[in-house]
Unconditional design. Structure first.
Lengths: 115, 112
């Protein structure tokens, strides 16, 4: 069974540009969550999608957005990139949502560097 | 406001000894707690979890203890093995919410 797949794995952008990251969840998983990992802040929740609907959103500015498609694949977009957006962006999938089990299956992440 | 704290950024232990990783939380609404392990260049992998109705959960060499009154949980690894060397994240959630709140991680180094 294939795991969570994230593309691209690495990318470099300059300030002001925008970026789109993609995530394919484990087959059959309908919930996709996104996290940002930085050295000082650890993993911080961005948002969660279930059945194409955003269910939860973290404390990030509106420049961070996402969506989920009917096949459960998800994308996140960051517009007007800032240096502080440099981070590892992790996608996680799970079968269900809101049940409090919290057992998420993470991808390897997309490492974004903003110059 | 860091709701989940791992105050030790690193821990070094000898192979065969016990590793104890600690985590504190401030939000009393959290009722489910997890530990994840992360190797470099990989995503976090789920290790063990505990519900707030329990105070202990075991899985092989890994045991998680929860002290609700102190808002503290710990992960015990016995015996520690070099392959356990990784960054360990504590996380908390509330029933009904898929969002996990993570600590900043503790880097465990197990030396032969």
């Amino acid at each position: 069974k294939a795991g969570v797949t994230q593309t691209p794995r690495y990318l470099i952008k300059t300030r002001g540009q925008q970026v789109t990251l993609s995530c394919s969840p484990i087959s059959g998983h309908r919930s996709v969550s996104w996290y940002q990992q930085t050295p000082g802040q650890g993993l911080q929740f961005l948002f969660e999608y279930f059945s194409e609907t955003q269910r939860n959103k973290g404390n990030f500015p509106g420049r961070f957005s996402g969506r989920q498609f009917s096949n459960s694949r998800s994308e996140m977009n960051v517009s007007t990139l800032e240096l502080g957006d440099s981070a590892l962006y992790l996608c996680a999938s799970s079968l269900r949502t809101g049940v409090g089990t919290g057992e998420l299956f993470f991808g390897e992440g997309s490492r974004l560097t903003v110059l | 406001d860091q709701q989940v704290k791992q105050n030790s950024p690193s821990l070094s232990v000898q192979e065969g000894r016990i590793s104890i990783l600690n985590c504190d939380y401030t939000n009393s609404m959290f009722d489910y707690f997890l530990w994840y392990k992360k190797y470099p260049a990989e995503g976090p992998t789920f290790l063990i979890s505990i519900s707030s109705i329990k105070d202990k959960n075991e899985d092989g060499r890994f045991t998680v203890f929860l002290n609700k009154s102190a808002k503290h949980l710990s992960l015990h690894i016995v015996p520690s093995q070099p392959g356990d060397s990784a960054v360990y994240f504590c996380a908390a959630s509330r029933t009904g919410f898929q969002k996990l709140v993570f600590g900043t991680g503790t880097r465990l180094l197990v030396s032969p």
